[in-house]
Design a binder for this molecule. Structure first.
Ligand code: HSE
Length: 424
């Protein structure tokens, strides 16, 4: 039986999950995959963490050179995250002809061109299923499941931490406490601002949209807004209006251009995405032949992400031809790809206004001048002669909303508290 040695860089939440699956399922893989996978070594400076996993101390390497020069290591799993050390180690492994399996979305979103070039030059495999949407096999689906289609859109919840926080906020929990819980569960990145500011979802969207649209969608082109400023009041207002707040990632390939954006979005409670809770993720794909597909599962956590890593390890160990992504191996978008920034959406606005005659007419005049039509308008008393106005608009353009907000900001009697997008 074929024997394949694996080295794991980092035995934290993700690397630890991969190690557990590789060891606990070793006999199962011999039977079902006809391959013997064994963990030859690991790079982990925290010896206690390794011990807690039951990882044999004698298999801990002292440095990356020991791993990449070991002829018994064929596959290197990178689960340390971040850029600097991860990039150096991944390139060292590829240059040594080792196949790399990575869960590192930031690394892949920013440097896929360099990594792919190194992989091709050294005839090494490069796999990254675990970089996007945890245990949900979205990359395999894009590469091997819907390649018969022209994919026109992809929309979903692709960050577990923010989905956990927003789920808890919809139950009335404060943002800070919900974030602490997400960290304790191991969903959050080591620096959770990567999650709450939308970077993590934007890295993933850049990778997924590049694969879906067969072109390079640079991370820098992804419009990004996070959830750090979301208040319980907005979440509760949305709930009362029949909406649930989600951090949505949206990519569309239209005749007018490509739209790629990550932002908090109200979705109707009856929409399937509204019931995707906690660390669960879901992605809708639309292909011209297949129509809509929805994938759903755990997008973060030790074993779900470990599942994606080990599935890549098995694929790499059982396929002789190396598998690369299909988008162009460049750092930037092709000249002919036009990115749409003035996208259309419906909007939710919460304003604090002076509670005086004629105020509603003034607000309506600002919207009217921008061609914005209101679907719902709710007024309630706020403190000391002030009122809260909550408006939900029909579909309009991002620039029309920006112009309205700019106008409101010139009015002493109006304060814009929040502006959020609403899924159509
Ligand atoms: N921090 C990420 C998330 C982990 O919350 O989704 C999985 O990429």
């Amino acid at each position: 039986m074929k024997r394949v040695g694996i080295a794991i860089l980092g035995l934290g939440v993700v690397g630890g999950g991969a190690y557990r699956i590789l060891t606990e399922h070793a006999e199962f893989f011999k039977k079902t995959q006809e391959v013997e996978l064994f963990v030859q070594s690991a790079l982990e400076c925290n010896r206690e963490r390794a011990s807690a996993l039951g990882f044999p101390q004698e298999k801990l390497a002292s440095n990356i050179a020991e791993i990449v020069s070991d002829p018994d290591v064929q596959i290197v799993v990178e689960a340390i995250g971040g850029i600097e050390a991860a990039k150096e180690y991944v390139l060292a492994a590829l240059h040594a002809g080792k196949t790399v399996v990575t869960s590192n979305k930031e690394l892949y979103a920013k440097f896929s061109h360099e990594l792919e070039r190194a992989a091709k030059q050294h005839n090494a495999g490069l796999y990254f299923e675990a970089s996007c949407v945890g245990g949900v096999p979205i990359i395999r689906t894009l590469l091997d499941g819907v390649q018969s289609n022209k994919v026109s859109s992809l929309m979903g919840i692709i960050n577990g931490t923010t989905n956990y926080i927003l789920t808890k906020m919809s139950e009335g929990m404060e943002y800070g406490q919900a974030l602490c819980e997400a960290q304790a569960h191991g969903y959050a990145e080591s620096d959770p601002t990567a999650d709450v500011d939308g970077f993590d979802a934007a890295y993933k969207l850049s990778i997924l949209a590049s694969l879906a649209f067969h072109t390079k969608i640079p991370f820098a082109k992804v419009f990004r807004e996070g959830i750090a400023k979301i208040s319980l009041e907005d979440v509760a207002d949305g709930e009362a209006l029949g909406y649930r707040l989600k951090l949505l990632a949206i990519a569309k390939d239209t005749p007018a251009g490509v739209e790629v954006r990550v932002h908090p979005t109200f979705v109707k409670k009856e929409h399937p995405l509204a019931s995707v809770e906690k660390n669960f993720n879901a992605v809708f794909l639309t292909g011209d032949a297949v129509g809509e597909i929805m994938l759903y599962g755990k997008g973060a956590g030790s074993l779900p992400t470990g599942s994606a890593i080990v599935s890549d390890v098995i694929f790499a160990a059982t396929h002789v031809d190396n598998h690369y992504s299909t988008f162009k191996n460049t750092a930037s978008a092709a000249q002919d790809v036009k990115f749409i920034t003035d996208f259309s959406s419906a909007y939710y606005l919460r304003l604090t206004v002076d509670d005086v005659p004629g105020m509603l007419a003034k607000i309506a005049a600002v919207f009217g001048k921008q061609g914005i039509s209101i679907v719902e308008l709710i007024q309630r008393s706020a403190c000391a002669g002030k009122a809260t106005l909550v408006a939900v608009t029909h579909e309009t353009h991002e620039n029309a909303i920006k112009n309205s907000v700019a106008k409101f900001e010139t009015m002493e009697t109006v304060k814009v508290e929040s502006v959020l997008r609403v899924a159509l």
